[in-house]
Design a protein around this ligand. Structure first.
Ligand code: CTP
Ligand code: MG
Length: 433
């Protein structure tokens, strides 16, 4: 039986959303936008395996958000390209060779239902069986685009704003994703589009250029594309209406990693829990190392210099993890991520923070609010603070307003003042349950 591979493209910048981070990672209904599609692909029996395509700058962040979910079918997080078409092509090319059918889906459509994905893949599978590869365009089957009949009358308008035509609405459909293709056909479509310098707004249009038949499959009007803040509000309303908003407690319960931390006899299980709110403090210092990239608060700062130390040496996240662990009585990061362990060499600290969140939740705690003070003489951190708040907030499952970040210099005094390194203090408040 042909294997089916999924490609979830999330490598855009989300510029029209106007948020400080890619819309794909903003929390919608309790989880980052792109995770809605990821979990749907993970749950669909018709999909055997899939990849997520992210912007190279977001790759570590993206992996950190995926890590706690224990996704069995996810094979890779792949770097995308400058335009959607390149991202989708990179994803399709990275799928295992056994995948003869591919379903390409925009992460920006978080409301894709399991039924629609299943139905569309099964239909494409039937189509691919009835066509034979390599027999010329006329018989190429298994290209299917999920679409909905246009409800509005669509006008064709020229550059001067004059209506030129009113196509018959009965023949107009609005294309959505997923779009499903025989893989060899889609790879050929990408190659020919690249050769001709053709850019299409969806994958089907590239296949249509080959003269191959493309079938529509009735989609759902609720499978909207989230592009602007208005779409965002619409998606939120639809999620609520479908009762798909995962209550925060249930969502947190889904995170499976590191349950062992709270196993009987562990530090966590021995805790008395008299207070509903607990506070933890963390402090960390790392010396500069100009040979490494600088990561601070989960954000890469190109000005550098980098820092020496454990994992990616993100001293701010290290202090923060210690604060979170301390608040829950779970010792410190050295205990959970020993520095000598090769698994943590250059590891993104955001991924470690995601594991820390899981550890706290397994022990019955949820992070409520965190606050960091970063002492650095260089570089200037103000331009990055908002992104740090957003990223930390998404990983910890709290609003960015609950992530305090203050950067200060040390007025030339001490080791910070002499530009020998960066020091960070962090506190975290956690609540039971
Ligand atoms: N996409 C991608 N690679 C790109 C551009 C877009 O993988 N170079 C993805 C987006 O992440 C999104 C989907 O393609 O899931 C549809 O694109 P769009 O809604 O336009 O998202 P963005 O490009 O991120 O948004 P904007 O155009 O507003 O910047
Ligand atoms: Mg775009």
């Amino acid at each position: 039986m042909d294997k089916v591979g999924g490609v979830i493209v999330a490598a855009g910048r989300g510029e029209r959303m106007g948020a400080p981070i890619n819309k794909a990672f903003l929390p919608l209904g309790g989880r980052p936008l792109f995770l809605h599609s990821v979990l749907t692909f993970e749950a669909a029996p018709a999909v055997d395996t899939y990849v997520v395509v992210s912007h190279p700058e977001d790759a570590a962040f993206c992996r950190a958000l995926l890590a706690p979910y224990g996704l069995r079918k996810l094979v890779a997080v792949v770097d995308g390209g400058a335009i959607r078409q390149e991202s989708a092509a990179a994803g399709v090319r990275s799928l295992p060779d056994v995948c003869c059918l591919v379903a390409v889906h925009d992460a920006a459509r978080p409301l894709l239902s399991l039924e629609l994905l299943q139905g569309a893949v099964e239909r494409a599978r039937d189509g691919s069986r009835s066509s034979s590869p390599g027999t010329g365009p006329a018989t190429l089957g298994a290209a299917l685009v999920v679409a909905v009949p246009a409800k509005e009358t669509i006008k064709l308008v020229d550059e001067s704003g004059q209506v030129r035509d009113t196509p018959d609405r009965r023949r107009l459909w609005a294309a959505q994703t997923p779009q499903i293709f025989r893989r060899d056909l889609l790879l050929r479509a990408y190659a020919e589009a690249e050769r001709d310098g053709f850019v299409g707004t969806d994958d089907a249009s590239l296949v249509e250029r080959l003269g191959a038949p493309v079938e529509v499959y009735q989609g759902e009007y609720g499978n909207i594309k989230v592009t602007t803040p208005e779409d965002w509000r619409m998606a939120q309303a639809l999620l609520e209406q479908r009762a798909l908003v995962v209550p925060v407690s249930a969502e947190r319960g889904f995170v499976p990693a590191a349950a062992a931390v709270a196993a009987p006899g562990s530090v966590a299980s021995g805790l008395a829990r008299p207070a509903s709110v607990r506070v933890g403090i963390g402090y960390d210092v790392h010396p500069f190392d100009s040979g490494r990239p600088l990561f601070l608060g989960g954000v890469e700062i190109p000005e550098g210099p980098g820092l020496a130390g454990h994992s990616d040496a993100d001293v701010a996240l290290h202090a923060l993890m210690d604060a979170c662990l301390g608040a829950a009585g779970l010792r410190d990061i050295g205990q959970h991520f020993p520095p000598g362990d090769p698994r943590w060499k250059d590891a993104p600290s955001l991924a470690l923070l995601a594991s820390v969140r899981s550890m706290l939740e397994a022990a019955g705690y949820t992070v409520n609010q965190v606050d960091l003070a970063i002492a650095a003489e260089t570089p200037r951190l103000a331009p990055y603070v908002e992104r740090m708040q957003q990223r930390i907030g998404v990983v910890l499952g709290i609003p960015p307003g609950n992530v305090g970040i203050k950067a200060t210099t040390s007025e030339g005094l001490g080791f910070v003042g002499r530009k020998e390194g960066i020091a960070v203090w962090a506190i975290a408040t956690v609540v039971n349950g």
